[in-house]
Design a protein around this ligand. Structure first.
Ligand SMILES: Cc1cc2nc3c(=O)[nH]c(=O)nc-3n(C[C@H](O)[C@H](O)[C@H](O)COP(=O)(O)O)c2cc1C
Length: 153
């Protein structure tokens, strides 16, 4: 079994909705060889990263940045896993009021520090998530899981 980790933060529920859609895609019946673990950023830690073969990161955009909780996840895990991770394939999903680009940019900067490997374009959903944005998130989860299962990632 390959392992896919979803780490997200939500304050008012929008990113939570995106995360559930990502999870639904990642656990699609088409994919049988991937175990999925979904955790909030506050509860995820270094052991989860060491467990993972792939990673999906979700956050609201706050003040043009990722949420403090996701940043804290990075702060709490960077040195703990340094030198122990293969370049993890990963992708980003963001819930934003109107932009989302700042959160993506800064996650990428930190991801480069971990030597994560971005394998899908980020999904940015603006406003309250509706069917099209949720479908993109579902596709993102499925793409990561299917890619891991097929050995593409
Ligand atoms: C303190 C704060 C700062 C925010 N800053 C931004 C921002 O810089 N850019 C943006 O597009 N949306 C911003 N928003 C809007 C949130 O990104 C948006 O409401 C998002 O859907 C919240 O996700 P959540 O429901 O998962 O907490 C901000 C919201 C809060 C509470």
């Amino acid at each position: 079994m390959r392992h896919l980790l979803i780490v997200y933060h939500t304050k008012t529920g929008n990113t939570g909705r995106l995360a559930r859609a990502v999870h639904a895609g990642a656990t699609d019946d088409q994919v049988t060889g991937v175990e999925v673990r979904m955790l909030t950023a506050a509860t995820a830690g270094p052991a989860d990263l060491l467990w993972a073969d792939g990673l999906l990161l979700g956050t609201p955009e706050n003040f043009g940045y990722m949420s403090g909780a996701l940043k804290d996840f990075f702060d709490r895990t960077y040195y703990e896993v340094e030198g122990q991770l293969a370049p993890l394939p990963y992708a980003i999903f963001v819930s934003a009021g109107n932009d989302g680009a700042g959160a993506v940019r800064e996650i990428r900067r930190i991801g480069n520090g971990y030597r994560f490997r971005e394998v899908q374009e980020p999904v940015i959903v603006r406003g309250i998530p509706a069917a099209p944005g949720l479908a993109l998130c579902r596709d993102l989860g499925l793409a990561l899981a299917a890619g891991l299962e097929a050995g593409i990632y």
